[in-house]
Design a binder for this molecule. Sequence first.
Ligand SMILES: [Fe+2]
Length: 688
Amino acid sequence: MTFSRRQFLHTAAALGAVATFATHGAAASKTSWTERRDLFPEGVASGDPTFDSVILWTRRPSTDQKKVGLVCEVADDAAFERVVATTHVDVSAESDWTCRVLVGGLKPRTEYWYRFADADGAGSRVGRTVTAPAEHDARTVRFAFVSCQNANDGAQNAYRRMIFEDEHASREDQLGFVLHLGDFIYELVWYPEDRPQGMYDRQMRDVVRYANGEKHDDFYIPTTVDDYRAVYRGYLRDPELQDARARFPFVPMWDNHEFSWQGWQSFQEFNEITKPAQTRKVAAMQAWFEYLPARVKKPSAGLEKFDAPHVVDAPIAHFDDNGLGTEPNNLAALKSLTGYRVLRWGRNVDLVITDQRSYRSRDPMGRKEAEAFSSKDFPQFIPEEAQQILDGGRTYAAGHPPAVIRYGDKEVDNFAKNDPAQTILGAEQKKWFLNQLKSSRATWKIWGNTTATLDMRADPQNLPHDWPYKWPGAGYAGFGGGDHGSAYVERGEIYDFVAHEKITGFATIAGDRHSFWAGYASKGLPPQKFEPVGVAFVTGSISAPGLVEAFEHKFPKDHPSRPLFLADRVGKEKPEASVNMLLRHGVRSCLDYARNGDLAGAKALSNPDNAPHLSFVDMGGHGYSIVRASADALAVEFVCIPRPVERSSGANGGPLRYRVINHAKLWESGERPLMQVEIVEGDASLST
Ligand SMILES: [Fe+2]
């Protein structure tokens, strides 16, 4: 399908981008351009490519308040001898000196270079981008997916490694784009002087100072659009991140930290106080829109600015049947930017991206009353049956939820018994999402879900009889809520739909958990039926600390549960991540391994019912993941790097910990997908 110029202009206006069309006859650049990175301190970026267009971005700040006119050039060579599009775009203080240019009329699956220059010829760095393959192109699609970069306490070595490998790959094997699944920024920031002890293994870096920051405990959060803009600018000074944005088109989606750590809809939660924060939600969306070029929708068609809706922080007291707060300012704030969208890469990939934060109902496990299901004797463990009952709300047990939930000798009030079942997508987005899955004709229907879909559980019911405490749950233990790993009702609805509609090639890819996971998309686990309808993956964080690092610093040395998470070894500075064994094989394997260090012996004690849905899990890994999607197979490669405490000075981003490829062949309708794990290099034996 080729869009008419009129349609193209309409699309550009809807995206808030200046539009330009590539010409057929390429000519050498006539624009004066001398690179001045100091005048374009956040570099350049491109976003959301299709087979014939892509959005380009830069920021050119000015000290006086007048608009600055820029020329944007696109060429099909790095020397700009063959310029195919030239356009003018203004930047102004209204959009914090950022701009978006939608370039159309491009060739599919083609590399382009772009740059910006002001009237004096002072130019941005040169960016590179790649268009998507044409609709009927059946070649393998390759892309990276990433999440959770924390420039306040970590180094973005993963991007350096990704760039290095891509530069050394054959053109056929290079990445088409980078899917960023959120936590592009962490809005809560520690100023180094407020945290001299650092964070776990790391020292705090001075990434941003908020003009209007609000202090909670020892960290600050942004309160205005200028604060949110400032944190993006702070992050984009990171050379690895800036270089990655200049080399690859990014396809971004926000997760929680682009707005607020424990945020949902327009709410913020700090120190157990839930507050309406519509003004901050809009501010967060505005800064996201200004700094990340993407095909997201805002209500107005203005090209140069966001047109923030006027909202106030009014109480949100009423919720509809899907837990959506009906307060008008809440609805206006959520509408200020719509992020869910579908993008296509040839015949093999439809990427369906959803928003897990803006429309979700309140997480029942995040409520204070849910603390009744935590126990000091069993850190991290929540009875799975309590998670299921609370998730189901009034719909649990076909509309007959129990009034109380038993937990050992306690009877805890079922505080969710009158609530609707938990939804993470919300009604409207879910309907859209299911429609996309049904109508997709691509080999692989890939769900870009910022948060994970795989159950995270253990089997404390199998602890030895002489264990000092008795597990108060009825069976398995979950690790709390927050994602589709414990949104059982909604996940079940989606996976039933996939099965019912005979959808094959269904895969979910996610971030948020700061850990690598591979396995199967199943509605239930034993003792319920285990029936995979697809494959599922989670990528480790680029740099934000994960559970293993936190436990190394926080888990009491003398707690009986310590070996379930960390295996201390005589003479070794750091413990091993036995939690990987716990999640994959259960308590017996985990304890045996922690005691003896004999992996084969420990795996022989595996509880096959604990995690039939997992083929790989590493709670201590950082790095990125690569998808290769062809007409008959999907391969997801985990590129794991050492903990990114310090910036690696090498051109390759430093050494690897391991490289693992998870292979799945395309399955027929009614067949079960089957995953094979290939350890290509390094040691990942605790994870399989
Ligand atoms: Fe994160």
